[in-house]
Every structure is written in structure tokens, then in C-alpha cells.
Design a protein around this ligand. Structure first.
Ligand code: GLA
Length: 671
């Protein structure tokens, strides 16, 4: 799918968060001059400026911001203007301490950091909307205004609040969901452990309790918490649409492995344009693979349309235990990888590294050392690369493989009191994505309710919680000719987290032609051997099952461990398609062998030149297609492609070589 980005945005915008209020006027002048040198064309302004814009309940100071808007406009830089509601000023908490968030242990989170507000607080809501309206009225006609940026990373620090105000709001949400308390009792299974409620007033958020809190209560609280912040976004968005029509509205998501609190696949439907913040996990030696998965998931939240990379970092961040600096070339590779997967902007946190505050050791486009630095030279180089590939803007993808992903399944899957703590929701999704990418298969990451009819391969990883409709859609995809592969701990419960009876994996049992009578999770670090996937054995860990065939054929078996002799991998022909089941956690080699077979069986097209460390992705537009090659490896990568390589401006005829660590973008076809 492709579609033009909002016309108010510069094509393939480049820039980042700009916090001029942290610096004197002379530095701000230098900022604008250096932004020109670096080719910055979009700056995100006023994200944390509430205390400066509104220093007291009825005191407003827009003068400095007027000046910044005017100066940036004069410098030819467009503005992504925040509504400034992300971090309430100290005076507001002093007047209304009841708006502060409270943890599940009853600890109040005080001002002094950021985002110290309860998402359900009417006081916060009232003041934030007043500020949002004031911003919209003041800047709606400003020529620099390109995009509205609601709040910032909603839920980054305060996604779940357990205070009394939140408790009352949770009850309202539950009343709307269940109608009466009997409906709630049924859904939550409160016949267990004497939990039956006689009245909604007895219901609480899942605060710290002597034993595991009710799982459906926990699940509903996650739904409620995500909905509450989304409701706040919508309230600000509606004011912006009313007062400032025609200017697109976004808020920056945090689609990455660490963040699961917001159901972004639902949120995405409410944004004019999706934007995402992504930071590499320093401790992960293959962090670029997580990046590629997250970028594909971000495109999923955008319904397949292009999206904006609102933030990433030029080098180290400051908030991980050990903050690794990026290697030479890594920042450009990461940037182009995001573009390869659908980003139509490359923005950073932040323009100039701060001198003071908790983020002073976070990298910026302009480091503390100034322009005589490798980071700065790479920033300038990146800007040139982005200019060279600008024509990709608005293009989409036409992938034949999909991975189903659902935040509710993530929430359910990782609740407490499960068979093992070692089943992690994103684990199988990322591993299949890795294996498919290494073979040059482009992947969409989509919600189970998405239209699956165009996919020839549908991967269903660890879809613990699944609705009847979604399970039926997966079955229909197989019947219509797709190859479907389901991994363990899928289809186990319904939307209320109630087990689907009669044998696992309940919702997919018939489709897969298997019936599991018992889970056999493995001890920590215990590895088992599996045979049948090609020559020799492959290893597996974490999970095994007491699985019986009920229509499927066994493709691979456990050689040892608690499921010795039992099938580990099954296959069943279904209508015009095939359904596979993976009943253990295959190590990478096993996943690779399985995926190679699936790709061949499904007859998937493969992009040229892909390899484990050579990321290849194709964007497709109305007027052509572009092949992105990001060489994360230490060897030069040959790529048989014909067209014009845009970064170098050279024509290639089937013989492109992308040097180790470098990137290439080829407009495909004979020029
Ligand atoms: C988030 C925030 C930014 C900044 C960065 C640091 O993405 O939105 O304000 O704190 O993290 O990595």
C-alpha cells in the first residue's frame, strides 16, 4: 500500500527534537546556522515547555516560542509543534497533588522527573486541554507549522496508575464493558478464590496483593490503561482538528521490544500520521534485527502506510545500564533501515546534546564536542544520503508474508502464574522475522483482524489469546491456499483469558490436526534434540508438549527430554493450503530450516542479495520500486540488481556490490 505523506511535511524530513529554551540566544543563532549546514528541515518544538509557556495558572508566556517559530521559519525549517502537555509544571502538582500517579504498591510518583500525572486525572485533563487549545489558537496559522505533536510518548513512565481516581475510572470502564456486575464476575471467573463481587464499587485495580491478582482483572486493567491514554490523545486531537483544521496530528509511539503497554495497533487508527521512536538495545549484538521487526510493526500500526521516525539516536542513549556508542556507519544504517521499512522521515532525539539534566549524556545531532567530531560528520553525510533517496517518499510495500501480532495476546501471554516464565511474546515473532528476512522475504506485521487474503504465508507466533473470529480468519487463509504456521502457546484462551477446553491449542486444534493433552515446559537452560528437519538434529529449549496427531502428519520428533518420541513439528493439508504447528522453541538453525521449507512450499518471491547480516527490503510506489540494501556485516555484499543506485548516482546492471557496513538504494529497472 502506498499513499502520499501529509503535504505540509518536507519530503523525507530530517531533523529532530529542538529544545532552544535550554540555551542562550547566541547558541540558538548558531543552532539555526548549523541546522542549515546539516540540512535539517523539520524541528520538533515545545515538547517539554509547559512550565515555560504557562509559568502559573493564569500566566502565559508565548513570546519566546513566537520568536522560535518565526526564526525557524525564516531559516526554512518546518515545525512539528508539540502541544506541550507531556510534563505538567511543578505548580500544577502543588495545587493538585491528587493528580499524581500511584504505583501498584501504593507509592506516589512525585514531580521532579517528567510525566508525573495520573492518566485518568480530570485535573490533568482539564489543564492539558486548556494548554492544547491555547497552542492551537496561537499557532494554527503560523507558516512554519507542519504537524501537531500531541504530548510525547504517552505512557512512557505512567501508563498504569493505581490511585483512587484511576480505580473509579476503571470501574466506569468495566461498567461500560460488562453492563452489570454479573457480567464482570463471569468474565473474570470470580468463582475462583472467593473473588465474587456484589457491586462495582468493590472492584479495584490489580494493586499489590498477597497472591497472584485475578488474570482477567490484570488483562482488563491493561486494556483500560491503554484506552485511557488513547482517550487523552483523542481529546487533544479533536481540539487540534477543530481549531487548526488541515494540519495533521500525530503522537510518537514507542514500538520496540521494551514497550508493550499501549495497544498501538488500535491507536494507529486514530492518528493522521503514525510516528515512532525507536532506540537500539545496546546489549543485543543483533539489535538491527529488532529494529527491522519494530519498523515493520510500526508500518502495521499505520495500516501499511508510510510513517515518520520521530526519534532515534545518533549514538549512545543515557537510560540503559551500559550505553554503547554507535559504531562508525551504524547511525546511517539504522536510519536507512527505518526508511526501507516505510519511514518517510528520519528524526532524532535531539538536535543539540544538553548541558544539564538527566539526558546530558544522551547523544544528539550536535554533540558536546561540537562540529569537529565523527558524529557531526556522519550527520551531514546522512542528510546527503536522505536527499539522494528522497523520491521513495509515499511508497509502500507489497509483501507476500505476514506475521500476526496482537498487543492483547502479548499482555495475556506474559501474565504471571503460567506454565513457564520463559515464553516471551515477541520471541517467536522476531525469530521468524529474522529467518524470513535472511532469505529476502519481506514481511508485514499485522493485527489478526487484518485482511489476510493477499498473503501466501501467514505466521501465527505465540498468539496465546485469540478471538473466535481471528482463529476463523487464520483457518480461512489456509483453506484459500496460504501456508499457515502456528507456534506453541497459541490459541490457548479466549478474550477473557479463559482456557479453550478439549485439548490445546484450543482455537487452532482442528486447523492444525493436533491435540495436546499437557504442556511439558523445560527446565531453565535445558536443551533438547529434535530430528526430522533436514540432515541431523537441531536443538530446542523452553517448551515441549504431550502432542497427539489428529489429522496432521509428524514432520519432526523430540529425541529426548520430557516429550521424547513425541512430534515437535506437524503439517496438515487444509483446503488449498497447509497448516504447520511448531510445538517447541527451535533454536535459530531449526527455525532457519523450517522457514526455508515454508518459503519454498508457499512459492514466495525472494529479494536479491539478502543474507543473515545483509538486510534487503523493497518499497513499491505507483511509479516504480526501490531496493534497499543495508549491509550490517563485515563482508562486502554482492546484490544482483539492475537500476540506478541513488546514493552514488551510478547505474548498476545486475552487479551491485554493497561494501561492508554501507547502504544502497536502487531504483529498479533499466534507466
Ligand atoms: C524518549 C523521549 C525523549 C527522550 C528520549 C531519550 O524517546 O521521547 O524525550 O527522553 O527518549 O532516548
Amino acid at each position: 500500500m502506498s499513499s502520499p505523506p501529509p503535504s505540509s511535511l518536507p519530503p523525507l524530513a530530517f531533523g529532530g527534537d529542538y529544545n532552544p529554551e535550554q540555551w542562550p540566544a547566541a547558541v540558538q543563532r548558531e543552532d539555526r546556522e548549523l541546522m542549515r549546514v546539516a540540512g535539517v528541515d523539520l524541528a520538533t518544538l515545545a515538547v517539554f515547555s509547559w512550565a515555560k509557556i504557562q509559568p502559573g495558572p493564569d500566566v502565559w508566556d508565548f513570546g519566546w516560542l513566537d520568536e522560535q517559530m518565526d526564526e525557524l521559519h525564516a531559516a526554512g525549517i518546518r515545525v512539528d509543534l508539540a502541544t506541550a502537555t507531556a510534563s505538567p509544571p511543578p505548580w500544577l502538582a502543588r495545587l493538585h497533588p491528587e493528580m499524581l500517579p500511584v504505583t501498584r504498591d501504593g507509592v506516589t510518583l512525585w514531580p521532579g522527573g517528567r510525566q508525573a500525572f495520573c492518566p485518568s486525572s480530570p485535573v490533568y485533563r482539564e489543564h492539558a486541554l486548556r494548554l492544547c487549545r491555547a497552542m492551537a489558537e496561537r499557532y494554527r496559522d503560523h507558516p512554519a507549522l507542519a504537524l501537531w505533536h500531541v504530548s510525547n510518548e504517552l505512557g512512557c513512565h505512567n501508563a498504569r496508575c493505581y490511585c483512587d481516581v484511576s480505580a473509579a475510572a476503571f470501574r466506569e470502564w468495566l461498567r461500560a464493558r460488562y453492563g452489570d456486575v454479573d457480567g464482570l464476575n463471569e468474565a473474570w471467573g470470580t468463582a475462583f478464590w472467593s473473588q465474587r463481587y456484589g457491586d462495582f464499587e468493590e472492584v479495584l485495580p490489580p494493586r499489590a496483593a498477597p497472591a497472584f491478582p485475578n488474570p482477567t482483572q490484570q488483562l482488563d486493567f491493561l486494556r483500560f490503561s491503554s484506552d485511557t491514554l488513547l482517550d487523552h490523545f483523542v481529546a487533544e486531537r479533536d481540539i487540534l482538528h477543530e481549531v487548526s483544521p488541515g494540519v495533521p496530528v500525530t503522537t510518537n509511539f514507542m514500538v520496540m521490544r521494551q514497550t508493550f503497554e499501549m495497544d498501538y495497533l488500535r491507536w494507529g487508527r486514530e492518528l493522521d500520521v503514525v510516528s515512532n521512536d525507536h532506540y537500539l538495545i545496546a546489549a543485543d549484538p543483533h539489535a538491527h534485527r529488532e529494529l527491522a521487526f519494530s519498523a515493520d510493526l510500526t508500518r502495521g500500526t499505520a495500516g501499511g502506510r508510510p510513517w515518520l521516525l520521530m526519534e532515534h539516536s545518533t549514538s549512545a542513549v543515557n537510560w540503559q545500564p551500559r550505553n554503547r556508542a554507535k559504531e562508525p556507519g551504524e547511525m546511517i544504517r539504522s536510519s536507512l533501515a527505518h526508511v526501507a521499512h516505510g519511514a518517510d522521515a528520519v528524526l532524532f532525539f535531539q538536535w543539540r546534546a544538553s548541558r544539564a539534566g538527566a539526558e546530558k549524556f544522551h547523544s544528539g545531532l550536535l554533540p558536546h564536542a561540537g562540529t569537529d567530531s565523527r558524529q557531526w560528520r556522519e550527520v551531514v553525510e546522512l542528510s546527503q544520503v536522505l536527499d539522494a533517496v528522497e523520491e521513495v517518499v509515499g511508497s509502500g510495500t507489497d509483501n507476500q508474508a505476514a506475521i500476526l501480532f496482537d498487543y492483547e495476546a502479548w499482555w495475556g501471554c506474559e501474565l504471571d502464574s503460567h506454565p513457564t516464565v520463559d515464553v516471551r511474546y515477541r520471541d517467536r515473532a522476531e525469530d521468524f522475522h529474522r529467518a524470513l528476512s535472511a532469505l529476502g522475504v519481506g514481511v508485514d506485521v499485522v493485527h489478526p483482524s487484518a485482511d489476510l487474503s493477499s498473503y501466501r504465508l501467514v505466521v501465527v507466533p505465540t498468539l496465546y489469546l485469540v478471538s473466535d473470529e481471528a482463529a476463523a480468519a487464520v483457518t480461512a487463509a489456509a483453506e484459500a491456499g496460504a501456508t499457515v504456521v502456528v507456534t506453541y502457546f497459541s490459541g490457548i484462551v479466549d478474550e477473557n483469558d479463559h482456557v479453550r477446553l478439549g485439548g490445546y491449542p484450543g482455537a487452532f486444534r482442528e486447523l492444525l490436526g493436533v491435540r495436546t493433552t499437557e504442556f511439558l515446559p523445560l527446565a531453565e537452560g535445558h536443551t533438547v534434540r529434535v530430528s526430522g528437519l533436514g540432515q541431523g538434529e537441531v536443538l530446542a529449549d523452553v517448551w515441549a508438549e504431550d502432542l497427539e496427531l489428529a489429522g496432521a502428519e509428524a514432520v519432526a520428533h523430540h529425541l529426548d527430554g520430557p516429550a521424547a518420541g513425541r512430534p515437535a513439528l506437524t503439517r496438515r493439508s487444509v483446503g488449498d493450503g497447509v497448516a504447520w504447528y511448531v510445538a517447541t522453541r527451535l533454536a535459530a538453525e531449526g527455525t532457519d530450516r523450517l522457514v526455508a521449507r515454508l518459503v519454498e512450499e508457499a512459492g514466495l518471491d525472494r529479494l536479491p542479495g539478502a543474507a543473515p547480516d545483509v538486510e534487503v527490503a523493497r518499497r513499491v510506489g505507483a511509479d516504480g520500486s526501490w531496493l534497499f540494501v543495508v549491509n550490517h556485516g563485515s563482508q562486502d555484499a554482492p546484490v544482483p540488481v539492475t537500476g540506478t543506485e541513488l546514493v552514488s548516482g551510478r547505474d548498476v546492471a545486475g552487479d551491485l556490490v554493497v561494501p561492508a557496513g554501507r547502504v544502497a538504494v536502487v531504483r529498479e529497472g533499466v534507466s
